[in-house]
Write a protein of this length. Structure first.
Length: 352
């Protein structure tokens, strides 16, 4: 009987499709198991490679299956799709996962630890509260505008409106119905709750980045603050899993989109195919650097002055984000700290 070398699993909430193949790609078994029976079945199998699509819960399954002695490979879903034959169903998806995992050129996703996923949940929660806070503020402005009251942008302007509604000093084109101030106060209280939740999440994030060695190293790079450092811990974990800084920048989505043919190279804007939260933070940090350098234009080198004078702000911000991504990888790979005068300098004990 041929030995099963690769098992592909198409995960779901309750029903899992499994496809086992030998070293030559021949099918050993095809079956469907309920969720509770997957791990017992895999524990009875000889150690082999188990491949899954990278989706919801895949990192949990990766840790659980790895604990059974198997090698786990997580594959991005868009890399599996080209190998699906004809009709799409769970069995064909599992077979496609096996086919994709067998390719030497396939790229895999590292299985995240529980701590890394917990940090990602904290970051996502903060992002959700920030989004809901913005929605609530916009709702307040929208309700006010219906009665001819235009509120300026910013939470400070909303605070003045709230005070004016409370003490009756707010100037309005027409008298407000009695129910409107009470309704707006409910929204203002919701705004306060969301602000407190955002602050609580940020306090936890800053506490982690203040003690984690990697986060402290990241924050020495200009344009990288506590939130960006925390995002690196939450969504990447170990930057050394990438071969070089260019690969990490490409994973984030900061490299140019290429459409070349016939020996003629054509480069466009950035691909935006990577981790969008981290890309957003790096670009915002790059934009802040551009604004800071322009305020101190005379202190910059001739090359930087020329770039600041001729290039658009967003182009420079993305370019700086790409550079920072490569610097962050280099700092992690060499366990070094950033020095603004020399770029990267080794720790003193590294020279001992």
């Amino acid at each position: 009987m041929n030995h099963c070398t690769v098992i592909g699993i198409d995960t779901a909430k309750h029903s899992f499709a499994l496809h086992g193949a030998d070293i030559n790609g021949g099918t050993i078994f095809r079956k469907t198991l309920k969720r509770a029976k997957v791990l017992p079945f895999l524990s009875a199998q000889a150690p082999c490679t188990v491949a899954l699509e990278c989706s919801g819960g895949s990192h949990y399954w990766g840790r659980a299956i790895r604990a059974l002695g198997h090698e786990v490979k997580l594959i991005p879903a868009n890399y599996v799709k080209p190998y699906v034959k004809r009709q799409k169903n769970d069995a064909n998806d599992a077979a496609a996962i096996v086919e994709a995992a067998s390719r030497a050129s396939m790229r895999f996703v590292a299985v995240k630890t529980r701590e890394t996923q917990a940090r990602a949940a904290l970051y996502r929660s903060r992002a959700l509260f920030v989004q809901q806070r913005t929605q609530t503020a916009n709702a307040i402005r929208g309700h006010l505008q219906e009665f001819g009251i235009v509120c300026a942008r910013g939470f400070a302007a909303l605070g003045k409106v709230r005070t004016g509604l409370a003490d009756g000093t707010l100037e309005t084109p027409e008298p407000l119905p009695t129910s409107v101030p009470a309704l707006l106060e409910v929204l203002f209280e919701q705004l306060d709750r969301l602000t407190d939740l955002v602050a609580a999440c940020e306090a936890k994030m800053r506490a982690i980045t203040a003690t984690d060695p990697d986060a402290l190293r990241y924050q020495t790079v200009p344009g990288v603050g506590p939130i960006t450092a925390f995002a690196l811990l939450a969504f990447v974990g170990d930057l050394s899993q990438f071969k070089n800084g260019r690969e990490f920048a490409a994973w984030v989505g900061l490299t140019p989109k290429e459409h070349s043919t016939g020996g003629r190279q054509r480069l466009g804007g950035i691909t935006r195919m990577g981790q969008r939260d981290l890309r957003y933070l790096l670009v915002q940090g790059g934009m802040a650097l551009v604004r800071h350098r322009r305020r101190r234009f005379n202190e910059q080198s001739p090359a930087v002055q020329e770039a600041l004078a001729t290039k658009p702000t967003k182009v420079l911000g993305v370019a700086w984000a790409n550079k920072n991504a490569r610097v962050l990888w280099a700092l992690t790979h060499h366990q070094e700290t950033y020095d603004p005068s020399h770029g990267v300098v080794r720790h003193a004990n590294a020279h001992a």
